[in-house]
Ligand binder design. Structure first.
Ligand code: NAP
Ligand code: SF4
Length: 674
């Protein structure tokens, strides 16, 4: 008897039946553009073997002008079709089903040839689009229908028409981007003509027995976006035009509301999808921040949707469905919604991967095979680097002992998980604990691993992490001064007025921790109020008329850095803006280009620039030092002095720019080669 009866029940589409209610949502991997089709095929095949009901590929361009960037992949030539055939064959051999997403980016296409209903530039692109004429619109519809036919030729089980997130089809729907006065603009009937016509022509082109999903924006979260009535009207028209399934899109890419970041409550937008249930006759999929089988099952049981879409969780663990079916959800590597190795890579032109699972996107190259020469391996340090190395080595058949002087595993993750909005790190530490048990790693907590204690091991891996950097500010031994470790790990009392020295990832985290009371991530109504999201039945596009209404800050905080650049500039590409906006909403002052002169009873004394001008005192009760980290290399040096070879990974290896992504990647890769 499964714990997930709804999730694992089949979905009958009439002409075909999906094995379960789990869709792997579309993700752009950047693999197709590299031309290694074996690698693309293996990426999808691994997920097909993991038991997912249906997968949707990353967005494929229907033509050159509609690609998300110049040269974006699509089905343009017979050779393209043959390449995609490799993917669909491999997926089908693995027992899976796969649909190809057709993505026309419209004015979001990052190139000078982009086209749109009207010549209105997007705030997130430097390129002004060309307004299409009647013939141009016909061409776009034709190209999308041709792409669908070619997808069928390439062996796909269906297509998903991308009609949400502010892309081309979405751009026709709202007056902000559609200023046309012909039959494609003006009234809502006219504005929805293009998406409906695309749906109709795709269905006519591919025939009845081919899955067509339409991804529809259920809440635009941009000024002048669609009303709920318009969304329902469109959904019904899309159903009548031949769609088999409606998928949910949440927010345009230019929306100033986070929709998938880790601080978004789990399943935080499923209530929006639920509004459509009962108003159309075809299955409806809900999505965004669904990362456990429990959450997914609850949504289906609660009538929020007929199917759930999870995308990034399939980067973190391709075996999500199989492990749920086997009753081992504790072994599912959790997606922590950090975006650090997936979307930040996608937008940086790198292959999308996963912080938690470095194999994602590297399935053909990073293959930890069973060892034929088992060794006694000691790993010192149970932070992300050491944990990953220990688990991977044990999976390969080595006898692994993991030491940490702390009484718990997790290292720096234990600080991250105390930060409001980073609760997903709890699940990551729990998963590491489950995997240590599952792989039979011997855990020695509360033990200082001295060189003597490490004698007798064949291989020693040093993952002793980092120590806080000493910023050397005169007066920093003043009783008002704490380090981020005192605050985040040890819960030291902090006054009402705080100056934070250092505005890196940890400075931002400490600021969030100090201004926030109860975490809004754990309280959906509060989170929605904080970001100005409301019921789209009462307010157009779901934007609250009175805007964001954050809770008042718990403390007054000033965040400082010496560099003159904008604080937070080096945070994640797709999440930095959220951290900055969250702190600004809480009245956090950010000061850049400062010199730290001294700390005394009056507070933190600073000046600006090389000439040490404009002296200022930041009156505060507490100064928190978040001035970066240095490698903790004591053990590595001591082993070196004895001539004992060891592998040094994570922060102990290089502290600068350290994050869990690099630590885990280094741990897994090292252990894959031991
Ligand atoms: P960091 O990002 O390197 O930031 C260190 C901060 O300290 C900078 O603001 C730096 O700015 C300042 N600093 C450096 N040397 C200093 C000195 N001698 N005196 C005074 N200030 C000094 O390091 P972190 O904040 O400790 O974070 C560690 C790693 O964890 C980072 O790589 C970070 O990406 C990662 N992390 C990421 C997140 C995230 O949200 N993605 C969250 C937490 C941690 P100035 O030199 O300009 O003063
Ligand atoms: Fe999830 Fe982060 Fe992995 Fe992306 S990198 S899939 S957000 S855990």
């Amino acid at each position: 008897m499964t714990s997930y009866p709804h999730l694992l029940s089949p979905l009958d589409l009439g002409f075909t039946t999906l094995a379960n209610r789990v869709l792997m949502g579309s993700m752009h991997t950047n693999l197709e553009e590299r031309g290694d089709w074996n690698r693309v095929a293996e990426f999808y095949a691994e997920r097909a073997r993991g038991g997912v009901g249906l997968m949707v590929t990353g967005g494929m361009a229907p033509n050159a002008e509609g690609g998300v960037f110049p040269g974006a992949a699509g089905l343009f030539t017979p050779q393209d079709i043959a390449h995609h055939r490799l993917v669909t064959d491999r997926v089908h051999d693995a027992g899976g089903r796969i649909a190809m997403q057709i993505l026309h980016a419209g004015r979001y296409a990052y190139g000078p040839d982009c086209v749109a209903p009207s010549a209105v530039k997007s705030p997130i692109s430097p390129f002004a689009p060309r307004a299409l004429d009647e013939a141009g619109i016909e061409k776009q519809i034709d190209d999308i229908a041709i792409a669908a036919v070619r997808a069928r030729e390439a062996g796909y089980d269906g297509v998903e028409i991308m009609g949400s997130e502010g892309y081309f089809l979405n751009q026709f729907l709202v007056t902000h981007t559609n200023r046309r006065e012909d039959r494609w603009g003006g009234s809502y009937e006219n504005r929805m003509r293009l998406p409906v016509e695309v749906m109709r022509r795709v269905r006519a082109a591919v025939g009845r027995d081919f899955i067509v999903i339409f991804r529809l924006s259920m809440i635009d979260l941009v000024p002048n976006g669609s009303t709920h009535d318009e969304v329902v009207q469109l959904a019904r028209a899309i159903e009548a035009a031949g769609a088999d399934i409606l998928n949910t899109g949440i927010g345009w890419h230019e929306a100033r509301v986070p929709t998938i970041a880790t601080s978004v409550p789990r399943a935080g937008f499923a209530w929006v999808t639920k509004k459509l249930m009962g108003k159309v006759g075809i299955p409806v999929i809900t999505s965004n921040r669904i990362n456990t089988p429990e959450v997914a099952e609850g949504l289906l049981a609660g009538g929020c949707a007929d199917m759930v879409s999870l995308a990034r969780p399939f980067l973190a663990d391709p075996e999500f469905v199989n492990k749920a079916r086997a009753g081992r959800p504790d072994l599912i590597a959790p997606c922590i919604a950090c975006n650090q190795a997936c979307l930040d890579h996608t937008f940086g032109g790198k292959v999308s991967s996963c912080l938690v699972n470095p194999r994602a996107g590297h399935e053909t190259e990073l293959v930890p095979v069973p060892t034929d020469a088992p060794k006694r391996v000691a790993v010192v340090g149970a932070g992300p680097a050491g944990l990953s190395a220990a688990i991977t080595a044990a999976q390969r058949g080595h006898a692994v002992t993991l030491f940490d002087r702390a009484g718990e595993i997790g290292g720096q993750l234990n600080m991250a998980r105390r930060v409001p909005g980073k609760e997903e790190f709890h699940g990551l530490v729990d998963w590491f604990a489950a995997m240590l048990a599952e792989t039979g790693v011997t855990l020695r907590l509360g033990v200082e691993a001295t060189p003597d204690a490490l004698e007798g091991f064949d291989t020693v891996v040093v993952a002793t992490g980092v120590t806080p950097r000493d910023p050397g500010i005169p007066g920093q031994d003043h009783p008002s001064v704490l380090s981020y470790v005192d605050v985040l790990r040890d819960g030291a009392p902090v006054g009402g007025r705080v100056a934070i020295v250092g505005a890196g990832g940890i400075g931002f985290d400490v600021a969030e921790f100090l201004v926030t009371g109860e975490s809004p991530t754990l309280d959906l109504p509060e989170w929605l109020r904080e970001w100005g999201v409301t019921d789209p039945e009462t307010a157009r596009a779901g934007l609250a008329p009175d805007g964001p209404q954050p809770e008042p800050p718990v403390r007054e905080v000033v965040l400082l850095q010496r560099k003159a650049e904008k604080p937070g500039k080096r945070l994640g590409k797709t999440t930095g803006w959220i951290h900055r906006a969250a702190l600004l909403m809480k009245g956090v002052q950010m000061k850049a280009g400062v010199n730290y002169e001294r700390i005394d009873d009056a507070g933190l004394h600073i000046s600006y620039g090389a000439a040490r001008e404009r002296p200022e005192v930041i009156a505060c009760d507490t100064v928190v030092l978040c001035s970066g980290q240095e490698s903790a290399r004591g053990l590595a040096d001591a082993l070196g002095a004895r001539g004992v070879a060891c592998h040094v990974i994570g922060g102990a290896d290089v502290a600068a720019e350290l994050d869990a992504k690099r630590a885990i990647d280094q741990g897994v890769r090292l252990a894959a080669g031991l």
